[in-house]
Design a protein around this ligand. Structure first.
Ligand SMILES: [Zn+2]
Length: 222
């Protein structure tokens, strides 16, 4: 890997700190087999973001393994033109364009998220409600909350996926993330800490809901 890749600090955190979060997510088993991708907005109002290079093991991912891309997913810097951004870069772009305050987007592939996304795929979402840990989502102050987590059919063509997801990002408020069926979770935050917390909230809830379902409690449909 070239040492000339961008290492400039971003607004609320450094790439080293984002890399630490990636290692944390990997250690939890949420980024298996080189899957998952991560990004943060470029600093100082530049149009675009830094996204993880495709196909790398997230246990050994480094702060040098990010590419500068624009909102169409094209690599910005000529010296990085030979590297391939994550295949799902366009989905990160959607989030940054829809939410101007979002600084970090985290996409993971956990077992629990994947299983739940299949169980609720036909219903196109899961209603998360009456869990204290929902208060870990920025702006939620009571467990007496019903939060819809949308689920979209998976697709290998990111332009098809983007067309499904874009209207929901515009219409649903609040929205903290979404699942791709049989695939994984996208969530984001206005800071790195917030985005990491949101992954942890969702993963905690996924595990709770699966355990509750195994006891016959399955009240998470719309
Ligand atoms: Zn993925």
């Amino acid at each position: 890997m070239s040492s000339s890749l961008s290492q400039q600090p971003v607004q609320t955190h450094s790439l080293e700190q984002l890399t630490e979060v990636i290692h944390f997510l990997h250690a939890r088993g949420w980024t298996p087999a080189t899957s998952s991708n991560f990004s943060c907005r470029l600093p100082d109002g530049q149009a675009g973001f830094l996204v993880s290079v495709s196909g790398l093991d997230k246990g050994t991912f480094s702060a040098q393994d990010f590419l500068d891309v624009d909102f169409t997913g094209q690599v910005i810097r000529p010296e990085q033109a030979h590297l391939r951004p994550s295949a799902e870069t366009l989905l990160h772009a959607l989030v940054y364009q829809q939410f101007p305050d979002t600084q970090v987007v985290l996409h993971t592939h956990s077992v629990n998220g994947t299983v739940l996304s299949k169980l609720y795929e036909a219903e196109q979402g899961i209603l998360l409600k009456e869990f204290e840990v929902l208060k870990g989502l920025e702006g939620i102050s009571t467990h007496q909350t019903g939060l819809w987590l949308p689920i979209f059919a998976n697709h290998q063509d990111m332009t098809v996926l983007a067309k499904q997801i874009d209207p929901i990002l515009r219409e649903q408020s609040p929205i903290y993330g979404f699942l791709l069926a049989g695939h994984g979770l996208y969530t984001w935050g206005n800071t790195l800490a917030q985005a990491k917390r949101h992954v942890e909230v969702f993963e905690f809830l996924f595990e709770c809901i699966l355990k509750l379902r195994s006891h016959g409690y399955s009240d998470y449909s719309a």
